[in-house]
Design a binder for this molecule. Structure first.
Ligand code: NAD
Ligand code: IPM
Ligand code: MN
Length: 357
């Protein structure tokens, strides 16, 4: 039976890195007889240029009917001055919301070969393996009311709303506990319960859910402290569960511990474990078009896609092992380059992974 994968390369370095992930998928497809069928669509700025909107409804329908979606990244200076309702990022937010992708898994794993590339001392990051479970369809990203309004005194005021309903907290909390059960059985729930009521409720719901997971050790931490602890002693964490905005910020920090944001993949899942897979980084306008972006985050996102949405763990393992091999062999894109290694382009890195498979 064939498996339909919608590709959404997007903007900036998106098309460059997705092309490499597709090359890798094509070889594992042949080797493991997965029956992958690819269909490419537009999202973000490139969709605005063609359709006038960052996510056409026909694209959304195709994604909803597919077995999985693999995305690059959206956004760029060309579209930064557009009204916020049609910015490239709105396309990504819309697909996450419409597909019900509430659970965003962002694993931060240090490949031992990259210990030198981490911004922290090697002993602080050796063996690092953290999973950030970010809520993705709620919180301040989606809360109403929102906007910019005119005040009586004539000045404008921008406003957003931080909201979480109990069911939203419970389902993301459950995903985190389930993940922890398969790992080191520790969950740290990150909130700002000393200031924000929405996160007082968050803490309460996660705490009561923990009764169903007596084997999992639950702790709570304020987000400011968590940001500090992530760079002080990152290995204290196993699973971190948090809301949409805090998860966005903390995962970029966690990325740097692994050497580069170009190494961090992600899976965004809904209740049926169908999902969208994308690197944690953005469209990197500063290096777009130069052929130097690191494609490994996207290649590793493709591996997550095989594991979580297509139930092809072996094929996923094969991709991850190939990435390890390529790093062993000393291949490095510019962002993770260090003395004595071989500097490679985006395409050469993709070729090396293909060869290692
Ligand atoms: P960014 O992640 O695009 O870039 C931050 C820095 O990291 C840049 O210096 C960039 O060159 C570098 N970088 C990122 N990915 C890399 C890779 N694979 N290899 C090597 N270096 C890499 O973040 P930004 O600059 O804040 O945002 C740029 C645009 O991307 C904005 O329009 C933003 O909205 C968008 N964005 C999109 C996504 C997404 O599509 N999921 C995520 C974050 C930002
Ligand atoms: C991410 C990005 C997005 C987010 C933007 C582009 C909407 O930063 O995927 O981390 O904030 O979720
Ligand atoms: Mn982000």
């Amino acid at each position: 039976m064939s498996k339909k994968i919608v590709l959404l390369p997007g903007d900036g370095i998106g098309p460059e890195i997705v092309a490499e992930a597709v090359k890798v998928l094509e070889v594992v497809d042949k080797k493991h007889k997965l029956g992958l069928k690819f269909e490419e669509e537009l999202i973000g700025g490139s969709a605005i240029d063609v359709h006038g909107v960052p996510l056409a409804s026909s694209t959304l329908e195709k994604c909803q009917a597919a077995d999985a979606v693999l995305m690059g990244s959206v956004g760029g200076p060309k579209w930064d001055t557009l009204d916020s309702s049609i910015r490239p990022e709105k396309g990504l937010l819309k697909i996450r919301y419409e597909m019900g992708l509430f659970g965003n898994l962002r694993p931060a794993i240090l490949y031992p070969q990259l210990a030198d590339a981490s911004s922290l001392k090697p002993e602080l990051v050796a063996g690092l393996d953290i999973l950030i479970v970010r809520e993705l369809t709620g919180g301040i990203y989606f809360g109403e009311p929102r906007g910019i309004r005119l005040l009586d005194n004539g000045e404008r005021q921008g406003y957003n709303t931080y909201v979480y309903a109990e069911h939203e907290i419970e389902r993301i909390g459950r995903m985190a506990f389930e993940m922890a059960m398969k790992r080191n059985k520790k969950v740290c729930s990150v909130d700002k319960a000393n200031v924000l009521e929405a996160t007082v409720l968050w803490r309460e719901v996660v705490q009561s859910l923990s009764r169903e997971y007596p084997e999992v050790e639950l702790s709570h931490m304020y987000v400011d402290n968590a940001a500090m602890q992530l760079v002080r002693q990152p290995k204290q964490f196993d699973v971190i569960v948090t809301g949409n905005m805090f998860g966005d910020i903390l995962s970029d920090t966690a990325a740097m511990l692994t050497g580069s944001i170009g190494m961090l993949p992600s899976a965004s899942l809904n209740k049926d474990k169908r999902g969208l897979y994308e690197p944690v980084h953005g469209s990197a306008p500063d290096i777009a078009g130069q052929g130097i972006a690191n494609p490994l985050a996207t290649i590793l996102s493709a591996a997550m896609m095989l594991r979580y949405s297509l139930d092809q763990g072996e094929a996923a393992d094969a991709i991850e092992a190939a990435v390890g091999k390529v790093l062993d062999d000393g291949y490095r894109s510019a962002d993770i380059f260090s003395e004595g290694c071989t500097k490679v382009s985006t395409k050469e890195m993709g070729d090396a992974v293909v060869a290692a498979i």
